[in-house]
Design a protein around this ligand. Structure first.
Ligand code: 2AM
Length: 534
């Protein structure tokens, strides 16, 4: 994408480069982020600028839409196909294959139990095979992760606090990986042991059976994440996202397997245009998992051909965590504060975040245990100039990249760090208190804290920013400082940005437009950056 975009931005492309070229752009976005579908919007604009003809208006799908992104995707695609089929009619006698036919599976499965050694029966063997893959590759990546030893996953919030936050530490010695402040650790999680057992038992699978995968279509490669041969246990534990919330296609495909008329009707309803509200209230509002849906449709689940598990259930995706440590202070280590996601919906069982719960569940005493990881450049970049002051706003685990940056600066005996940190209670979840308070006493760090639940009225970081408006203004103007926001993307980034705009208006005697312009300038020059996550 980067290469393509760089090409598209070339100044010497004539403005009619795309004349005669039709295009359509559909963005898959999430409106809880400040820049909703930013890339799709930019791409659309550029294609028009270069003389392309838009077949239809820009589609902006939203993961926050209560019916999911399909609420936009479906009508958008329908309209697109109508247009495309008008431009390129099907040859006579050919018609669109209807969704009522069961699609072919991408892979064939050959069970090879007798005589063939299973690729792994325990995690340590599996680690060996992964490490072998890693060796020739100097820089670990998604395809060739580094299998890092877990040093600790200690809870850093008090036992009586509602939220379980862990400081997760990995040993990355020998990985060849290095990172600097603002970078991100990618973690490839596995399913929780109890869920794996439940899935295997429910589908009556034999976890020790070993299989080989073969291609049905030479253009569709086999999943690189899986060893060949592979045990069913390995597949369920490390590959299939059985704890994820299934997409609509899952219901469509599942409807082909059931022998029960009632189930078929229900599943087909979920896939129909009229059934979307129903699907939402059954599945998406409660965040029902794939395993739970399978349990609700036993007639279908009992008849799923093994190879269709690959069609029904997507692979587990890696998760990104902002790195909170500096190699200068913690050589050969990566540290992450991880909030363990656990919340209630109408369903009896609480919803658990796959990766955070899995990391918290791991036993660090097990010296054989490894976690597949790799490093990615973060979107935040800190100033090269050592004396440039930095205003960092990071409530909760949002402080992660700033903790790393503070470590980096302190280890080089430079200051200029101003941190606004927020959490619920001064005694329960102020997790880097012991580290930061001495720095404040020594004058190496300026720290402003907002404890939201220590008093009746909520106090947030933006309240502290407003209280210190002249300091903020001075830092960003006279001192040409840098400003960063990191943390949960729900409301915090918008609220904090609003506070900053108010500060600009007050301190700089600006009107709203001028304040916005000033913020945009800061953004353009990278003096204002944010990294937020949902
Ligand atoms: P709360 O959960 O008590 O409302 C880290 O999550 C801290 O960020 C918590 O103290 C949390 O407060 C606070 N927080 C929640 N919403 C926020 C918002 N919109 N702006 C700033 N901080 C917020």
């Amino acid at each position: 994408m980067k290469k393509f975009w760089r090409f598209m931005l070339r100044r010497n492309l004539p403005s009619n480069s795309l004349s005669g070229v039709s295009f359509a752009v559909l963005g898959l976005g999430d409106s809880s982020y400040p820049k909703f579908n930013f890339i799709a919007k930019k791409l659309y604009k550029r294609l028009v600028q270069l003389g392309g003809t838009a077949l239809q208006s820009l589609g902006l799908a939203d993961d926050q839409h209560e019916l999911g992104p399909d609420a936009v995707v479906d009508p958008w695609l329908k309209q697109l196909w109508e247009k495309v089929l008008k431009m390129y009619p099907l040859p006579p006698g050919k018609e669109i294959i209807s969704a009522s036919e069961r699609p072919q599976s991408r892979y064939r499965v050959k069970f090879v139990d007798s005589g063939v050694q299973a690729a792994n029966h325990s995690i340590s063997i599996e680690v060996d095979s992964m490490e072998k893959q890693v060796k020739p590759n100097p820089s670990p990546c998604r395809r060739h992760p580094f299998c890092a030893r877990l040093l600790s996953n200690n809870r850093v919030t008090t036992a009586d606090h509602w939220q379980d936050v862990r400081l997760v530490q990995f040993d990355i010695k020998g990985s060849g990986m290095s990172h600097s402040a603002g970078d991100v650790l990618m973690v490839q999680p596995s399913n929780l042991a109890d869920v794996v057992e439940e899935f295997i038992t429910f589908l009556a699978l034999d976890p020790n059976r070993t299989f080989l995968l073969e291609q049905n279509d030479p253009d569709i490669p086999l999943p690189y994440q899986l060893p060949q041969p592979c045990t069913i246990r390995h597949l369920v534990e490390h590959y299939l996202d059985i704890q994820g919330v299934p997409r609509r296609y899952f219901f469509e495909l599942l409807s082909h397997f059931t022998t029960s008329e009632f189930e078929k009707e229900k599943l087909q309803e979920f896939c129909s245009a009229e059934g979307q509200e129903e699907l939402y209230s059954y599945c998406y509002r409660q965040k029902r998992t794939t395993l739970e849906v399978l349990q609700d449709f036993p007639g279908a689940s009992a008849n799923i051909p093994f190879e269709y598990l690959f069609e029904l259930i997507p692979p587990i995706q890696p998760r990104a965590f902002s790195i909170a440590s500096s190699l200068m202070v913690h050589p050969d280590e990566v540290q992450l504060p991880v909030a363990v996601v656990n919340y209630k919906t109408k369903l009896v069982k609480p919803r658990r975040g796959l990766c955070s719960t899995w990391l918290a569940s791991l036993d660090c005493c097990n010296k054989d245990l490894r976690v597949p990881v790799w490093i990615k450049k973060g979107t935040i970049s800190f100033p090269k100039a050592l004396d440039a002051p930095c205003l960092m706003i990071g409530p909760g685990t949002g402080c992660a990249p700033f903790r790393g940056f503070i470590e980096e600066r302190i280890s080089q005996s430079v200051g200029g760090c101003v941190l606004f940190f927020g959490c619920s209670n001064s005694k329960r979840d102020f997790f880097f208190k012991e580290e930061w308070e001495p720095l404040v006493e020594n004058g190496k760090l300026q720290l402003f804290t907002a404890f939201s639940r220590d008093q009746e009225d909520k106090i947030y970081v933006q309240h502290r920013l407003r209280e210190n408006s002249s300091l903020v203004w001075d830092l960003l103007t006279h001192k040409q400082g840098w400003c960063y926001i990191a943390g949960n993307s729900q409301r915090m980034p918008t609220d904090v940005t609003e506070a900053l705009l108010e500060i600009f208006m007050k301190e700089g005697a600006m009107d709203a437009t001028a304040a916005e312009e000033f913020l945009k300038t800061l953004e353009r020059t990278r003096h204002f950056q944010s990294e937020t996550w949902a």
